[in-house]
Design a protein around this ligand. Structure first.
Ligand code: ADP
Length: 629
């Protein structure tokens, strides 16, 4: 470096020396000192000046480092605070509670006061929280008021270096409000609106301690960042509430639909019972039997009434399953026996279509713990479908076997098969195959949905396989095996009640549908009984008292005295207490059966009731009359 001033050169060389530039710097310093002395420069003063300048530089440098350090610490604190606040905000969908927690996090770190205000839909500004750093008297006093309730404040963003009386007057709604605000004069404040897509939801107002430095624009940036996160949390919480409300609405609508289905099915069962009963009686009538056309006509009526009965039953089941009102028994059930019964049931239809049914049963009883009636419903559904969806001349193959620790039932057909895209939807309610089937195959697309639910309620799995359209289908059910094949249980399986002659009984029949009364009377009389009838509960009770019947069959849902009330009355009368009683119910759910039994009936049968089932029940009840009743 060329410096003309030897004193300055001396100073510079000395600084270099102090900076560690070694002997060269020292040499330059002594050269400069020699020249200065030779020129008569007041060297000592110049050196002093240079040293003062050098010290100042060092001082400035240190200050710069300090400021940088402070900025770094501040940035770290801000980052930490924002991270904590974000954690709080995302931890729950209760945004107001999260905002309160965030306000409490902000004091005393960034403010002495943190006010959170929310703008309601009607424009009212509601104070959600006032968090304050110290529990002093002013804090306690001001906490009671909503200081930043003005809509203008909530919507405006900015920093106020110092709250002034003018500022207070400008935002105050009245003199008292201004006076309260003036308590904060001298403090620095900033307002950050909670804004989401131009919509202001509220604001966060931070007020610094009087002794703290005024807020800067970088502080405002932090407050705005915080406000943005809070606004997002509010919006998410609103959307979440909307989704929940929407889901509740949908669930209510679905419940309404289920209730409607349940009532409709129940109401349809009543008129169905006489239709099915009468077709059965007509088929046996000598006049009809003579005419093949009439026989075919009545058969067709019976077939269709039964299809209708099955559809109604499916609707009722679906409604019950959706409402979780279906209950399963847990008893040992032999799938072999269920399979045999189901094959037997579809035999006639299969024969009509010239279908071959092959079967392969497990060598021993294939026991699962479950509800025999419901499991039969599942297997029947698979078999009915196999027969329904296989063209004449086709083949249906059924097998039952043990597979690992499960019992497996497989139903395979050579029928129309299932499109791969439809395979995954086949077990959804109301899903049916291609439109062309709709025209000639009855069904609501409920059977498989119900079957899946029943299988799942037994802890099992059901699925379908098909290589595609016209390639046949296979349905497989796997159920956990019963722990140990209990012979006791096996003997209990599917026990059917044998019919037999129970002799002549005096039966009191109480049912509000006159058609059902008429039909049942004929059926019971055909069995050899005499029948007294009533179409309401009170008349039924009076007849029971005056006639003391051998057995009572009563509907449940009747005007006035219903079936439950009627049986309670009867069980309360000593001389009638022991009469066996059968409840006739339109719902047929286990819960309805249980309720009927709890009320005092000895047995329960659902409509449309088959004569052989009624006859079997009568036999059972009159043979083993419970004592003391
Ligand atoms: P439904 O038979 O009353 O329509 P399901 O729930 O029993 O109702 O069956 C749903 C749909 O699954 C049927 O409409 C049919 O498209 C298809 N499906 C069921 N079983 C078979 C089968 N064995 N072969 C071909 N398609 C079948």
């Amino acid at each position: 470096m060329i410096v003309n001033n030897p004193a300055a050169e001396f100073g510079a060389a000395m600084r270099d020396y102090l900076d560690g530039k070694g002997d060269d710097a020292l040499h330059r310093a002594s050269e400069a000192a020699r020249r200065a002395l030779a020129e008569g420069t007041p060297l000592v003063e110049r050196v002093e000046q240079e040293l003062i300048a050098a010290r100042r530089l060092i001082e400035e440098e240190r200050r710069r480092y300090q400021i940088l350090d402070q900025a770094k610490t501040q940035a770290a604190r801000r980052f930490e605070f924002l991270a904590e606040a974000s954690n709080v905000l995302v931890s729950s969908f209760d945004a107001p509670a999260s905002l309160i927690a965030v306000a409490r996090l902000a004091v005393p770190r960034f403010a002495e006061w943190c006010f959170v205000n929310l703008l309601e839909d009607d424009g009212y500004v509601h104070q959600l929280e006032v968090a304050h750093a110290y529990d002093n008297e002013l804090a306690r006093h001001l906490r009671k008021y909503s200081l930043f309730r003005s809509k203008a404040i909530v919507e405006s963003a900015g920093v106020t270096a110092q709250i002034t009386p003018e500022w207070c007057d400008a935002i105050a709604e009245n003199e008292q409000h201004a006076e309260l605000l003036r308590n904060l004069c001298g403090h620095s404040a900033m307002v950050a609106p909670l804004r989401i897509r131009e919509r202001v939801l509220g604001s966060i107002t931070l007020v610094a301690a009087a002794s703290a430095p005024p807020y800067s624009t970088s502080d405002l940036a932090l407050a705005e960042d915080l406000a943005k996160r809070c606004a997002l949390a509010l919006e998410n919480s609103r959307l979440y509430r909307e989704v929940i409300a929407e889901r509740d609405r949908a669930e209510r609508a679905s419940r309404g639909k289920d209730e409607f289905l349940a009532i409709l099915s129940h109401e349809l069962r009543n008129p169905l019972m006489p239709v099915i009963g009468w077709t059965r009686l007509l088929l046996n009538h000598s006049l009809i039997a003579q005419d093949p056309v009439l026989v075919e006509g009545v058969r067709s009526m019976e077939r269709n009434a039964r299809i209708l009965g099955r559809l109604v039953g499916d609707c009722l089941d679906l409604a019950r399953i959706s409402e979780g009102r279906i209950q399963m028994e847990r008893r040992p059930v032999d799938l072999n026996q269920i399979m045999v019964a189901s094959i037997d049931a579809v035999g006639a239809t299969a024969k009509e279509k010239s279908l071959t049914i092959e079967y392969d049963l497990a060598p021993d009883a294939l026991l699962v713990l479950g509800d025999a009636m419901r499991l039969e419903q599942v297997i029947m559904n698979l078999l009915v479908n196999a027969v329904k969806y296989t063209d004449s001349g086709g083949k249906v193959r059924v097998s039952c076997r043990q597979y690992d620790l499960t019992a497996e039932v497989e139903v395979t057909d050579t029928g129309i098969g299932i499109h791969p895209a439809f395979l995954e939807h086949i077990f959804e309610p109301f899903r049916r195959g291609s439109g062309s089937w709709l025209t000639h195959q009855s069904g609501l697309g409920l059977g498989l949905a119900i079957a899946r639910r029943i299988v799942e309620m037994h802890g099992g799995k059901i699925w379908a396989e098909s290589k595609g359209v016209d390639q046949g289908s296979t349905f497989r059910v796997r159920l956990p095996m019963a722990a140990l094949a209990s012979n006791e249980g096996a003997r209990e399986l599917g026990h059917t009640l044998e019919q037999g002659d129970v002799g002549h009984l005096k039966i009191l029949l109480i049912e509000d549908s006159e058609d059902i009364v008429f039909l049942l009377r004929i059926e019971l009389e055909t069995m050899g009984h005499s029948v007294i009838t009533a179409t309401d509960g009170s008349t039924g009770l009076a007849l029971a008292k005056s006639n003391r019947p051998d057995l009572i069959i009563s509907d449940i849902k009747m005007p006035g005295l219903n079936g439950y009330e009627l049986i309670r009355e009867i069980r309360g009368i000593p001389e009638l207490r022991g009469i066996p009683a059968i409840a006739l119910t339109g719902f047929g759910a286990k819960a309805d059966f249980d309720r009927a039994m709890a009320a005092g009936f000895d047995a329960c049968i659902s409509k449309p009731a088959e004569p052989h089932d009624i006859s079997a029940l009568i036999k059972k009840l009159t043979e083993h009359q419970p004592e003391g009743k």
